[in-house]
Design a protein around this ligand. Structure first.
Ligand code: HEC
Length: 145
């Protein structure tokens, strides 16, 4: 900041430049420490739906398809990331359509941590769908049996 800019900012009533808020610095340090960048849900949706096609097996809202239900997302961000990097062997019967439906592994090379954090934020932001008993038509069908 040169002298003129300083004068201008003082004239605008902002006073001399203030150091960043301590709490903000603390939060930034914290998110660096645990190694998990906070994600962005909007970017995460694009990645989930367009870029890596997770939706093909998990549904656009993470609740349908041949893959596991991802909403509500109960895994911690660390567990989620570990799983996507190295999915476990499928549980017996979890993937009835066969091998091609197995959860592929996504290495950090193809799907960097920041983007995976975005996907996590997107899944976390999704509301859980209504339970069958809360959908009138389904309740009606159930009552007719
Ligand atoms: C080819 C199909 C397919 C694609 C594509 C796919 N998944 Fe999966 N995913 C699966 C299957 C099948 C499982 C269930 C594995 C099991 O538990 O046996 C699964 C499980 C998971 C789980 C564990 C859920 C739990 O509660 O156990 C997470 C998390 C997950 N997928 C995230 C993702 C993300 C993120 C992407 C995109 C980057 C993705 N998946 C793309 C098929 C897929």
């Amino acid at each position: 900041m040169n002298f003129d800019q300083k004068k201008a900012s003082r004239a605008a009533g902002r006073g001399p430049g203030r150091p960043p808020h301590k709490a903000a610095l603390f939060l930034m340090a914290l998110s660096c420490l645990n190694g998990q960048p906070p994600g962005d849900a909007v970017r995460g949706k694009t990645i989930f739906v367009e870029k890596f096609k997770c939706y093909a097996c998990h549904g656009t809202s993470g609740q349908s398809g041949t893959g596991a239900k991802l909403v509500p997302m109960k895994m911690s961000q660390a567990a989620f990331m570990a799983f996507v990097r190295l999915p476990r062997e499928p549980r017996p019967g979890s993937s009835p359509a066969g091998q091609q439906d197995r959860m592929p592994a996504y290495s950090a090379k193809v799907l960097p941590d920041e983007q995976l954090a975005d996907v996590y934020a997107y899944l976390k932001s999704l509301p859980e769908g209504p339970a069958a008993k809360d959908i009138p038509l389904l309740r009606q069908i159930g009552a007719e049996k």
